[in-house]
Write a protein that binds this ligand. Structure first.
Ligand SMILES: Cc1cc2nc3c(=O)[nH]c(=O)nc-3n(C[C@H](O)[C@H](O)[C@H](O)COP(=O)(O)OP(=O)(O)OC[C@H]3O[C@@H](n4cnc5c(N)ncnc54)[C@H](O)[C@@H]3O)c2cc1C
Length: 511
């Protein structure tokens, strides 16, 4: 490395930090140094090993409408050779979203092609998605509720709430009160911990496209009343779980001269005259070091970043303090078999549900979602005769779900799974769990004043916020990657604006 080579300190080795580092290496002579507080890369997007099995923290669908992002993924993990038409036929006949044992070449470094099946569990029944007005739906919801849904929709269209103020107003106007109460209310409260009437209508309008569940329900609704569903586009999934891709990206970065410092928590950023001069870190051995920076890329949650900067104006600090997040906690459960009695006719090989994930709408449990890992990739399991599922919960910092010890949480998850009739206690072989702080940046609380933070951060010329919590945007991996690419492009081209990064969720081009 030449003496004059510039450095970029990249805070966080999650998807955003890794993308920026990789892109900087392709486009500039700048040396990326990744500072990561944990001992691994991937951030939220990891495959957590547990006794030979792999847990996906969330069920990470690699899905994008941007061809550029898809090709970016495939340069690290190419697509597995396509199944033969015989495999596909077996798949179709069994109504499987995947071809579980198709692996002709036994190559691990591949992306699998997957088809999403995400049904809704409500009233101890599964509701298909996409839903059509068939006997199962009418029988499941009952003719009275179906009639009410229809009538309340007609009413909402004929007499909409004027001057929509809250997300509840917006949802009632869009779907009618009955459908909103049947499918939206409970899930929203579980996910966000507040009622729809406390969320602004603007938020509802702005975000409704981006939220998987709501997307599902819009389609569900349209399919009932408006038109027949179109088949889903497939998504990609790394054979060994979502973290596999980021391990590959990290390997390439290392080979190309990037540096990683693990167990290295950034504790402060020091600015002077509109620039970050240095960054303080606490290393694994407890030592504290100050590192010089030409560029700083931050995927830190904005609230933490603002807390680490010096001379922050009070109004900016106040908004940052008022930003809100939701935590995520999941219990992964290894089973002999599932309990499918009375729940579905769509049991498949190994007697498991065919879904990739299921939204739990039942209001007598705290659980919000269930993942069926077998259907994401059978290679997440050591023994493919077993069933490997996760029950997922969303919480605030002070909720029991978040504060209770792991063993208690795991017990609760098993009990709730039994209560709603998905599993039986005697089939449970093992349980583990995972906690993820600030998994979801929220669009309420002080978010309405976010422009104050953005304006302030823009005054620090060599600081580039990227990623989900880094931009405080509820974005998926594809927009996170685009934010990293945009940051590297801006640095490479010496562009003073950061608007293209802040507005990354508005990116609509298809190239
Ligand atoms: C439950 C769940 C399900 C999801 N499902 C999907 C999906 O299906 N499809 C999809 O596309 N996306 C999904 N996502 C979103 C996806 O995981 C994120 O968009 C993406 O991982 C964000 O990447 P990031 O790099 O911005 O942040 P992160 O992954 O959070 O990375 C930030 C990194 O910064 C590190 N860090 C934090 N503080 C410090 C510090 N002080 N010093 C040093 N390092 C620090 C962290 O340890 C972490 O490694 C899901 C997210 C969740 C929570």
């Amino acid at each position: 490395m030449s003496e004059s080579r510039k450095t970029a300190l990249i805070i966080g080795a999650g998807p955003a930090g890794l993308t920026t580092a990789f892109e900087l290496l392709q486009k500039t002579d700048i040396k990326p140094i990744l500072l990561e507080k944990t001992d691994h890369v991937g951030g939220m997007c990891i495959s957590v090993p547990y006794k030979g099995n792999l847990m996906d923290v969330g069920g990470h669908r690699y899905f994008t409408k941007f061809e550029k992002v898809k090709q970016w993924w495939l340069q690290f993990l190419p697509l597995q050779t396509m199944p033969s038409s015989d495999d596909l036929k077996i798949n179709r006949d069994l109504k499987l979203p995947i071809s579980p044992d198709y692996d002709p070449e036994k190559i691990d470094d591949v992306m699998l092609k997957r088809y999403k099946l995400s049904r809704i569990y409500y009233l101890r029944r599964f509701f298909d998605y996409p839903v059509s007005l068939n006997f199962a739906t009418i029988f499941g919801l009952g003719p009275i509720r179906m009639t009410k849904i229809f009538l309340s929709y007609v009413k909402a269209k004929a007499f909409p709430i004027k001057n929509e103020k809250t997300a509840e107003d917006f949802l009632i106007n869009t779907f009618g009160k009955e459908l909103y109460q049947t499918f939206f209310k409970d899930y929203t409260e579980k996910l966000w911990g507040i009622e729809c009437k406390e969320i602004s209508a603007e938020w509802g309008r702005e975000r409704i496209r981006g939220i998987y569940f709501w997307e599902t329900l819009i389609s569900l609704f349209k399919n009932i009343f408006i038109h027949k569903p179109k088949p889903e586009d497939p998504f990609l999934y790394p054979k060994l779980g979502p973290g596999q891709l980021w391990d590959k990206v990290a390997e390439k970065i290392k080979n190309q001269g990037g540096e990683f410092i693990f167990n290295c928590a950034v504790t402060a950023l020091h600015s002077q005259n509109g620039k970050i001069e240095s960054v303080s870190v606490r290393k694994a051995d407890g030592s504290v070091e100050q590192m010089h920076a030409d560029y700083v890329i931050s995927s830190l949650p904005i609230q933490n970043l603002i807390g680490m900067l010096n001379d922050v104006p009070q109004d900016v600090q106040d908004v940052a303090d008022g930003l809100m997040y939701r935590n995520f906690r999941a219990a992964a459960i290894l089973l002999n078999k599932m309990k499918l009695k009375n729940t579905t006719k769509m049991a498949t090989v190994n007697n498991i549900l065919p879904d990739t994930w299921v939204y739990i709408q039942e209001s007598d449990v705290k659980m919000g979602r269930m993942q069926m890992y077998n259907n994401w990739s059978p290679y997440l399991l050591q023994n493919q005769d077993n069933v490997w599922i996760a029950f997922e919960y969303f919480s605030g910092d002070n909720d029991d779900i978040w504060t209770m010890p792991a063993a208690e949480f795991e017990q609760l998850a098993v009990e709730e799974g039994c209560k709603i009739g998905i599993i039986e206690k005697e089939d449970v072989l093992d349980v583990t769990s995972y906690k993820l702080e600030k998994g979801y940046p929220a669009y309420f609380g002080a978010y309405k004043d976010f422009a104050t933070i953005r304006r302030y951060l823009d005054t620090l010329s060599n600081l580039y916020p990227v990623g989900r919590n880094g931009l405080h945007k509820y974005i998926n991996i594809d927009h996170v990657i685009l934010s990293g690419i945009a940051a590297a492009d801006n640095i490479a081209q010496n562009m003073p604006t950061k608007d293209n990064i802040w507005n990354i969720d508005l990116t609509k081009f298809l190239d």
